[in-house]
Ligand binder design. Structure first.
Ligand code: FES
Length: 282
């Protein structure tokens, strides 16, 4: 334990009247300190933090919760997902559009891929564990007293499937890029509408979100102690460096792409339902 952290625990112990812990710190007795801390674990929500740590959870609940409700409603709606050259990203790739063998909304056939990728994302896990489960509520804020098993038991064990969802996500990117190219095609003529721009911005953000994934960075440079000794070491090192610089902004890409995919679908819904008209730029 670092000196400053130790001082904070010391101060906390005095506040709590926990003299056994104070004694253990004073003696520098690590074993006694550990025993004392185990015996007297802080209550849920106790912390020495003086900032508004709980405020961090509010935008997560609003944005993630709002997106979850909107995406669910849209996935089940099964209409207003296509107009002219535009296809909503919630419905791409479009499978059995004419309901030959699938009677429900076509979005339900493909939803598992992007949903699984987001739900198991390392960043979102941190965000929704804190915001929705309060487990833990925040850094240096005590959590529920229980036998912590981490992600080693069902259902949280499934979070380990993230690297496989990454492969699906890359496949989805191929379909979504194809949709953007098609969005420049207005009855056989090259053109651009506001919808084209909306889809283009969306796919750029989705691509940066996917490329900044921790699992992808691990694929490039994980489990490797020496790049120069490895096969394709130099290109792998370059790729790892580049992916690392994206990975540092993963949280930002996660939110921006979530907002953009929701807005892209919303725009196409408005146009397809006739609520607004798409504007042709050229
Ligand atoms: Fe977030 Fe992979 S860690 S998408």
């Amino acid at each position: 334990m670092q000196g400053s952290e130790k001082n904070r625990w010391h101060e906390f112990s005095i506040q709590r009247g926990d003299f056994w812990l104070v004694y253990a710190f004073a003696k520098g007795d690590f074993m006694a300190e550990s025993r004392a801390r185990t015996a007297e674990a802080p209550e849920f929500g106790e912390t020495l933090r003086r900032d508004s740590w709980w405020a961090e959870t509010i935008p997560v609940v609003l944005l993630l919760g709002g997106f979850g409700v909107y995406a669910t409603l849209r996935a089940f709606e099964g209409r207003f997902y296509q107009w002219g050259p535009y296809l909503s990203p919630f419905y791409s790739p479009l499978i059995d559009e004419h309901h030959r063998w699938w009677k429900l909304s076509p979005a339900l056939l493909i939803l598992g891929g992007p949903l699984g990728f987001r739900a198991t994302c390392y960043y979102y896990r941190k965000a929704y564990y804190r915001a929705f489960f309060q487990d833990p509520p925040a850094c240096a804020v005590s959590e529920w007293k229980r036998n912590y098993k981490g992600e080693t038991r069902f259902p949280f064990l499934l979070q380990n499937l993230h690297r496989y969802f990454l492969y699906f996500a890359v496949l989805f990117l191929v379909f979504l890029w194809k949709d953007v190219f098609l969005a420049f095609n207005f009855n056989g003529k090259f053109g651009m509408g506001v919808g084209t721009l909306v889809l283009l911005v969306n796919i750029i953000l989705l691509t940066t979100y996917t490329l900044s994934c921790h699992s992808l960075r691990h694929l490039a440079g994980g489990k490797l102690d020496c790049f120069s000794c490895a096969t394709f070491g130099k290109p792998r090192y370059k790729a790892w460096q580049w992916l690392t610089s994206l990975n540092e902004r993963h949280m930002w890409f996660a939110w921006m792409s979530l907002i953009s995919v929701g807005l892209a679908d919303f725009y196409i819904r408005l146009v397809a339902s006739g609520a607004i008209q798409d504007v042709r730029i050229f």
